[in-house]
Ligand binder design. Structure first.
Ligand SMILES: *[C@@H]1O[C@H](CO)[C@@H](O)[C@H](O)[C@H]1NC(C)=O
Length: 291
């Protein structure tokens, strides 16, 4: 092909390329995620707008983000397995790799029809977790899509549901508590069978006559520092150099958000490792004893 026809070719393609970049910014699962397991049980549909995971007796399914992130505000809308979802778990989390991994977890434990899901959360830093907090939700998470967000900046990790903070994990490195800060993480999600523990501690088993079980995802949004080839897309890890739309980088809970958080913790929290003194006979973890 001569150079002039290459030139023409480029001119013709340019609008298409620009068009596809614009579509990508409006959340396209084809662009941002790969279905990683489940042999066809995970699907991207509606031109990339919706992703569904399925679980049947033979297998669950899962996906992961193409990008790795080192700090960000990441929103995803999920609609959980409806009806009798007992025994099923939908996990949605950020994780790095290796034996000293960092991880920020949402896990949704299914239940019998009409009985409440449990939203289970955890934070791992350098391979150590054991920081579970569990909640009921103030709505039926199977009736519609709801937004589950992770804000991860150098000072704190905030878990939110429809914009209401449910949990904050502060950076307490100064007290000797490791904080996730230098291992980039990918987004992962999976739907699988965990009827040995998930529902009422494993008492209620998965009813396979209800299979396939389906969880759906849409409206992914990441305001985040993308990590690639050893470098961050954010200029530096200092807020001053972060651009205007990077308010999340230094975001903290304002007083209204603090009140919302307390409302959730008072009315919907069903387990908090920080109040489980029996579990920690040598004393509660350090981060629990500092406010
Ligand atoms: C399921 O429902 C029971 C009864 O309301 C409740 O005790 C339990 O916490 C619920 N959630 C799970 C995941 O077991």
């Amino acid at each position: 092909m001569g150079s002039s026809s290459t030139f023409n070719f480029t001119i013709l393609l340019l609008p298409l390329i620009v068009g596809s970049l614009m579509a990508a910014s409006a959340s396209n699962f084809n662009q941002d995620f790969d279905i990683t397991w489940g042999d066809g049980r995970g699907k991207i549909i509606n031109n990339g707008e919706v992703l569904t995971l399925n679980l049947d007796k033979a297998s669950g399914s899962g996906f992961q983000s193409r990008n790795e992130y080192l700090y960000g505000k990441i929103d995803m809308q999920l609609k959980l397995v409806p009806g009798n979802s007992a025994g099923t778990v939908t996990a949605y989390y950020l994780s790095s790799k290796g034996s000293n991994w960092d991880e920020i977890d949402f896990e949704f434990l299914g239940n019998l029809s009409g009985d409440p899901y449990i939203l289970h959360t955890n934070v791992f830093s350098q391979g150590k977790g054991n920081r579970e907090q569990q909640f009921y939700l103030w709505f039926d998470p199977t009736a519609d899509f709801h937004t589950y967000s992770i804000l991860w900046n150098p000072q704190r990790i905030i878990f939110s549901v429809d914009g209401t903070p449910i949990r904050e994990f502060k950076n307490m490195e100064s007290k000797g508590v490791p904080f996730p800060k230098n291992q980039p993480m990918r987004i992962y999600s999976s739907l699988w069978n965990a009827d040995d523990w998930a529902t009422r501690g494993g008492l209620v088993k998965t009813d396979w006559s209800q299979a396939p079980f389906t969880a759906s995802y849409r409206n992914f949004k990441a305001d985040a520092c993308v990590w690639s080839n050893g470098a961050s897309s954010c200029k530096s890890n200092s807020p001053s150099s972060a651009s205007n739309n990077n308010a999340w980088f230094s975001q903290e809970l304002d007083s209204t958000s603090q009140q919302r958080l307390q409302w959730v913790q008072k009315n919907y929290m069903i387990y908090n490792y920080c109040t489980d003194a029996k579990r920690f006979p040598q004393g509660l973890p350090t981060e629990c004893t500092m406010s």
